[in-house]
Write a protein that binds this ligand. Structure first.
Ligand code: ASP
Ligand code: MG
Length: 465
């Protein structure tokens, strides 16, 4: 029987400083799996800093751009300073050569003034390249046989810079070729998330926050038995903890529920993460690197627990709503199809939040391409646009079908605010669109009604005991 592989992914806040690197080392050291792969994000705030330095350089502010990176290189040096002499010397050399390379790139952009998408990916990739090298060194000092692997040798994508799409066959082939010999030799590969390369080796990235996605792609390629996403909260919570102090961990989610929560704004998971895991039926657990003793959330195919209950409330602000009312000619000629074609043409995610015979409501966080999209939509009907809107989405498998539960939840939702209308875009959700300013109040009331008054949640969810 092949050995069991666990892929452990650590986010930026889980490696924000030297103490955090130490916590990660302890977590990896105490992992009992036969084989472990580590995927890591850039240190917190580093990707933002790299991308904004490029913008500054493009505006000719080269000194500010270079200075803004220094602070973060210092943070890496600080972590390196905790290593023993030879490892520290290697890490310092690496950081200094990265300083020079970034300096060259920024200088070039300050002349050309053209920060291409390709260059953006190139500069953004340094965050994960540095953090993964440093983590490999820290793990090695703890006696773990860690080896740095350049993720660009594994994850292979198309040329859509900034949000490249993995090519599944090649990604599997290259990931196995790079990682399996190390795993067989008992080593722990450590690689960056987020970064990838085209077939010809040009650096790409998978989209902001996509290190989670790298982890499930690697799991799928290796046929891993588990993906662990280590972050700074106790798993997926019943609502955003920044808004709701009483939010609590959801112990179990199905793949469908997790994907829906991520799609409607839950920050804890990148929206594409679930797809490879669900396809290969690999469980994903979400854990807190500051509190590893907590069980966190387990996401798997198992759905029988608490069918028909709201598991969590996600929300998304900064939304623009676009209401399209069709002209009669279009109703007969595939109105929805025309809208999907427009969304596809602009390569944008337009969430359809309500449909009727003659109209559709779309929600988008897109800003730059929106005017063009609206122009195209005017070809199929009359269009009304409203901004500063938010979506609230209550998610739970079988919400629609479970006897009694849909009406119970609907009445709880009505009690919260009778002016809001709720609809569903799948059997797993209830969605409402409202003014952004009202989100805090409405979610508090909803959370109270559903989780504290127990209108829609079944306490059996905690079956893991
Ligand atoms: N470092 C990347 C970002 O900040 C990817 C990630 O953290 O998942 O977007
Ligand atoms: Mg993240």
């Amino acid at each position: 029987m092949p050995a069991k592989v666990t892929v452990m992914k650590f986010g930026g806040t889980s490696i924000e400083d030297q103490a955090a690197f130490e916590r990660v080392a302890q977590i990896v050291a105490s992992d009992k799996s036969e084989r472990t792969v580590v995927v890591v994000s850039a240190m917190s705030r580093v990707t933002d800093a790299l991308l904004s330095s490029l913008q500054m350089a493009a505006q000719g502010e080269i000194k500010t751009a270079l200075d803004s990176i220094d602070e973060h290189l210092e943070r890496h040096l600080q972590v390196a300073s905790g290593l023993r002499a030879s490892a520290r010397a290697d890490a310092t050399l690496l950081i200094e050569s990265v300083r020079r390379e970034i300096g060259d790139l920024l200088n070039a952009v300050s002349f050309s003034r053209k920060p291409s998408a390709r260059l953006q990916d190139n500069i953004a990739s340094y965050g994960e390249r540095l953090s993964a090298c440093l983590l490999a060194a820290v793990l090695a000092e703890r006696g773990l046989p860690a080896s740095y692997v350049d993720a660009r040798r594994c994850i292979t994508t198309d040329e859509e810079h900034g949000k490249a799409n993995p090519l599944p066959g090649l990604t599997t082939q290259r990931t196995c070729a790079a990682l399996e010999p190390l795993l067989k030799a008992g080593r722990v590969p450590v690689m960056g998330g987020f970064i990838a390369a085209t077939i010809r080796g040009v650096t790409t990235t998978l989209g902001r926050g996509s290190s989670d996605y790298t982890a499930t792609l690697v799991s799928a390629a290796l046929g891993a038995s588990e993906t662990q996403i280590w972050t700074d909260v106790n798993g997926v919570l019943t609502a955003d903890p920044r808004l709701i102090k009483t939010a609590r961990t959801v112990p179990l989610l199905s793949y469908g529920e997790a994907a829906e929560l991520a799609r409607f704004g839950a920050k804890v998971l990148h929206p594409k993460t679930i797809q490879p895991a669900a396809q290969h039926k690999i469980p994903v657990s979400i854990r807190n690197s500051r509190a590893p003793e907590k069980v966190g959330t387990l996401i798997c195919a198992r759905t029988e627990a608490a069918q028909g209950a709201v598991k969590a409330i996600a929300h998304q602000t900064g939304m623009t709503m676009v209401e399209v009312t069709s002209t009669p000619a279009f109703v007969a000629n595939g109105f929805l199809h025309a809208i999907r074609r427009i969304a596809g043409r602009h390569q944008t995610a337009l969430n359809i939040v309500a449909t009727s015979e003659i109209g559709v409501s779309l929600a988008s966080q897109e800003t730059s391409a929106l005017a063009l999209i609206v122009d195209d939509l005017r070809q199929v009907g009359s269009v009304e646009v409203s901004s500063d809107r938010a979506i609230i989405c209550c998610v739970g498998e079988g919400l629609q079908s479970a006897a009694g539960s849909a009406s119970k939840i609907r009445s709880a939702l009505r009690d919260v605010d009778s002016t809001l209308s709720w609809c569903s875009t799948s059997s797993n959700n209830f969605i409402s669109v409202l003014d952004e300013a009202a989100v805090g109040t409405v979610i508090s009331l909803l959370h109270h009604e559903i989780f504290e008054n127990n209108a829609g949640i079944d306490e059996r969810t905690d079956f893991r005991g």
